[in-house]
Design a protein around this ligand. Structure first.
Ligand code: GYE
Length: 326
């Protein structure tokens, strides 16, 4: 190799290295070109409940409506698989990745890998650890509910309507997930502030029906005086109803059950008097997710957090709202 070309090669290599380094350290979210159509990734966390299925359907319907190609993956409840799913989307050269991160910390490498590959990430429904990745920097934005407020709304309903019931079993969502962390924080703080209540046990049921049933069963045995169950989602609340009935007690009478999500089965349980109240967590993400992506490609400024509106169901409106529940 002649000396000059070798030197040129080495300079180029050094420059490339520096660029890669600078690229990785860039403070901005990768840009998104304005195009007629896109190849978009949606990394779902699991599909074990009506909420997830409603969310997936909403994303698929909206992609189809716009004529975009959707690369869909389901991590089946494994954060490790979800990281691999995102890496495979990066390898397939998607334009944008919609990510519903199962847990706050384990999905950080996926967010960072997409950023490094120049692909903007939009977080859907769950967030990542804010001390490790930032909106407007490492990912574009978070679209979802205000989970702290959801927990507070349950506590506020109890403060007004518990009628002397006071001993609470809390069924937490997936450990390390943002909705579990925040639904606990919002509820625990508000119920403590309300006064007169006691959380006698708080344990994870992993947002799953059968796990919720099992955990409720053992906690009801350990705390036979418990008269309220607050579940971080409908699935665990429905599991808890089975546990209450198996213990020979009447849900809605002996034990008040409260939950978050607002799927049809839970709203029906409110109509039937088995669930006292449900805070809706809106799963219909499609239109907002794709509108946000289009706005970004258009050069609009995107806020770091886009909060969905959630309804609230109790005996006063459940029958009338049932038809609108997902
Ligand atoms: O409440 C639950 C789902 O992340 C907000 O995850 C979502 C929660 C939802 O599996 O049912």
């Amino acid at each position: 190799m002649p000396a000059f070309s070798r030197r040129t090669f080495m300079l180029a290599a050094t420059a490339l290295g520096a660029m890669t380094f600078a690229g990785a350290a860039l403070a901005e979210v990768p840009a998104l070109a304005k195009k007629d159509t896109y190849k978009v990734g949606f990394a779902q966390t699991e599909s074990n409940n009506p909420w997830r299925i409603a969310q997936t359907n909403s994303m698929k319907a909206e992609a189809e409506k716009r004529g975009y190609q959707l690369v869909y993956t389901d991590a089946a409840g494994s954060a490790a698989k979800q990281v691999a799913d995102v890496n495979s989307m990066i390898a397939q050269g998607v334009d944008v990745i919609f990510l519903a991160p199962r847990e706050e910390k384990p999905l950080i490498p996926a967010v960072m890998a997409a950023k490094k590959a120049g692909i903007p990430v939009i977080l859907l429904d769950r967030s990542v650890d804010p001390s490790l990745a930032k909106a407007g920097e490492d990912y574009l934005t978070f679209i979802g509910s205000d989970f702290i407020q959801e927990g507070q709304r349950v506590a506020e309903w109890l403060a007004k309507n518990a009628n002397g019931k006071s001993k609470i079993i809390e069924l937490e969502g997936t450990t390390g997930s943002s909705p579990a962390n925040d639904r606990k924080k919002g509820f625990d703080e508000a119920i403590t502030a309300a006064g007169g209540f006691e959380i006698v046990a708080s344990q994870t049921g992993d947002f799953a029906r059968d796990k919720g049933r099992q955990v409720a069963e053992s906690l009801l045995q350990a705390h036979p005086d418990a008269d309220i169950i607050y579940a971080h989602n409908d699935e665990m609340a429905i599991g808890a109803i089975s546990a209450i009935e198996a213990a020979g007690k009447v849900p809605g009478k002996d034990i008040l059950v409260l939950s978050i999500d607002g799927g049809k089965e839970a709203v029906q349980a409110v109509v039937d008097g088995k669930i006292a109240a449900v805070v809706e967590c809106n799963p219909r993400f499609g239109p907002k997710a794709f509108d946000t992506m289009a706005a970004y490609a258009n050069g609009d400024k995107i806020e770091g957090k886009l909060v969905n509106d959630d309804k609230f169901y109790d005996s006063t409106n459940a029958a009338a709202e049932l038809a609108n529940a997902y």
